[in-house]
Design a protein around this ligand. Sequence first.
Ligand SMILES: Cc1cc2nc3c(=O)[nH]c(=O)nc-3n(C[C@H](O)[C@H](O)[C@H](O)COP(=O)(O)O)c2cc1C
Length: 221
Amino acid sequence: MNQEQLRNMILLAHKNRFATKKFDPTQSITENDWNIILESAKLSPSSFGYEPWKFLIIDNKEIREDLKPIAWGAVNSLEGANKFVIALSRKNVVFNSAHVKHIVEDVLGLSYSENSPQSQFFKKFQEHDFKLTDEKSVFEWAVKQTYIPLANMMTTAAFLGVDSCPIEGFNIDKVESYLEGKGLINLEEFGVAYMAGFGHRATEIPPKKRQALEDIVEVIK
Ligand SMILES: Cc1cc2nc3c(=O)[nH]c(=O)nc-3n(C[C@H](O)[C@H](O)[C@H](O)COP(=O)(O)O)c2cc1C
């Protein structure tokens, strides 16, 4: 494939990705394709490499039914999407948290100490540079990052001919307490960021309507 073909392929994947309002429930995503979509989530960048996320894949029919009344924007995905994701973001990802220690030691393979230059640098970044000084702002910072795997999963899916729908149409308190009741989330540790459906469309791809590039890009010379 030459560079021009590659460019066209990338553009086509983005044009073919659309918020799928109706999925065909009879079609499944192959295991190989789904694994690549999940890999693209796993390989996503995160601040300091701390990966403040977790993805629940809801295959369970009863749970999907239960979610419908509290997730109005997800009904189509809950009914027809082959895969249904609830993305969770971590709470309390701070320099002296168990999660940061775990990532530094077990994932990055480095030694950890609260007083190390790396830990203190991260503390300064959060508290001084980015003003992440309370639990809410630290959680929202994790949620922002959790949207990066969403974009990567949707684009990867589009390359593979798999359709998707990002979802914020739900009552966050009701969804969190439902998941807590089912033992699927520890609200001390995680909160819900968004949901997403993946599968195959039962409708045509609508034409893209977007602002002109000149209206969203400003080159500063
Ligand atoms: C953060 C976010 C939340 C969204 N929530 C929903 C939703 O709850 N239900 C839904 O059907 N579409 C949802 N959408 C899809 C948007 O409506 C859609 O992406 C937008 O209108 C642009 O259309 P396109 O994605 O088909 O190009 C959401 C999109 C984003 C990025």
